[in-house]
Design a protein around this ligand. Structure first.
Ligand code: FAD
Length: 391
């Protein structure tokens, strides 16, 4: 049965349809019983718990955005609540789903032809095919609209890819990776579905990360990787097409940021009621209540923002600057909140077993990926002033 989260202070979840609430209840039960118990150990060892791919598929989380792979039509608002629910338990698991659903399937769903959608989406949507999304490079992060160095050259009925990628989530074990590369002929960024077993494709795990340790990020080297023309995404012909995919996923990252804050807040609230200092629970001290209420205020205002952003996506009125503002604001509020929640744990707040240390560390990656706070700020700045500060 479904109960509204106590951190959803204004009861926004109540607005979901009954079948959506039932799905969320099923997901919450799975995450709390099967995923939560294993995440700290996997985080510690920097390993991805591959068993959960089947579990996430069973509860219907993989492939939600597309009619080819989902039993009922989902709204961006519902998918947002799912992202929150995932991140509330673990941000790495939310990131895994975000890469699979939003970035890999999103690229094919948005930029693929009907044939490409039919070929790839069902396998990705069932979790049988794992996807990755390769845009960032060692020398090009925020400036990937103009700075990509990876090249694509059309030779007959094939494309030849050369270059390097960095930070690519899931890519150490993914079956395909969407590679974004500059066409040497017209200098435009184009997207390609690259099976990772293609000769010349080498992915190496990035070690010693101190945030999102469960996510497997890879450095990729592409050396004369030859793929058929059929694998070029038909409607990915300039960076504007890449940006459309990113706008849609950025909104969900904002929801995941709220989820991280919710996870940290719930842990801190429970701890504050149990921990006794000066003869009474620390929850009864005014300054601890201040930290809890400030965190709840951040969560509540961010929730209203991300829900409205998703409503605009559903209505077809969302622009880049809406998703950018939601991501920049929600991640900034998240970063503030996880620090306050960690503070409530005192020394225990830096020990993995109390969960809050993981939320605290993982928040940093969400703050920077899918467009840093600075870049999302500049997207909004361009929209309100008419001046682009970053070209
Ligand atoms: P840089 O672009 O080098 O930026 C460094 C700093 O300079 C930042 O603070 C930035 O905001 C600032 N800056 C840059 N330009 C300006 C400017 N014009 N004005 C003001 N400030 C500026 N990428 C993928 O393609 N696929 C993935 O699956 C993926 N997963 C990721 C997972 C994790 C855990 C992480 C950390 C990253 C991932 N990324 C992925 C890459 C991510 O999107 C980039 O890290 C991000 O875009 C920032 O790029 P950068 O790290 O190269 O930083």
């Amino acid at each position: 049965t479904f109960t509204t989260l106590s951190s959803d202070f204004f009861g926004l979840e109540a607005g979901l349809a009954d079948y959506e609430k039932a799905k969320l209840a099923e997901l919450r039960h799975y995450l709390e019983t099967d995923v939560k118990p294993v995440v700290n150990d996997h985080w510690d060892r920097a390993e991805f718990p591959k068993d959960i791919i089947a579990g996430l598929s069973r509860v219907g989380v993989i492939g939600m955005a597309f009619p080819e792979t989902w039993p009922f039509e989902t709204t961006a608002v519902f998918r947002g609540w799912v992202a929150l629910e995932l991140a509330r338990i673990d941000a790495s698991v939310a990131t895994y789903v975000g890469v699979q659903n939003g970035l890999a399937m999103g690229a094919i769903g948005v930029c693929g032809s009907p044939e490409q959608r039919a070929q790839w989406l069902p396998g990705l949507g069932s979790g049988q095919i794992v996807g990755a999304f390769g845009l960032t490079e060692p020398l090009s992060g925020s400036d990937s609209a103009q700075g990509l160095r990876t090249t694509a050259e059309k030779r007959g009925d094939t494309w030849v890819l050369n270059g390097e990628k960095r930070w690519i989530g899931n890519a150490t074990f993914s079956d395909i990776c969407i590679i974004w590369a500059k066409d040497v002929a017209d200098k435009q960024v184009k997207g390609f579905i690259v099976p990772t077993n293609t000769p010349g494709f080498v992915a190496t795990k990035i070690e010693r990360k101190q945030s999102l340790r469960i996510v497997q990020n890879a450095d990729i080297v592409l050396t004369d990787v030859v793929i058929p023309h059929a694998n070029k995404l038909v409607n990915a012909n300039s960076f504007a097409d890449t940006a459309t995919v990113l706008r849609l996923t950025r909104g969900e990252v904002a929801w995941a940021a709220v989820g991280i804050a919710v996870g940290a807040y719930e842990a801190a609230l429970a701890y504050s009621k149990e921990r006794i200092q000066f003869g009474r629970p620390i929850a009864s001290h005014q300054l601890i209540q201040d930290l809890l209420v400030k965190s709840l205020g951040n969560i509540t205002s961010s929730l209203a923002l991300v829900q409205e952003t998703s409503r605009m996506q559903d209505a077809g009125t969302q622009r880049d600057e809406h998703a950018a503002l939601a991501k920049a604001v929600a991640t900034t509020r998240m970063r503030e909140s996880v620090a306050w929640c960690r503070e409530i744990f005192g020394g225990n707040g830096i020990v993995l077993d109390y969960d809050v240390a993981r939320f605290f560390a993982d928040a940093e990656a969400l703050y920077s990926y899918e467009g840093t706070r600075e870049m999302n700020t500049l997207i909004v700045g361009r929209a309100i002033t008419g001046h682009a500060a970053f070209v």
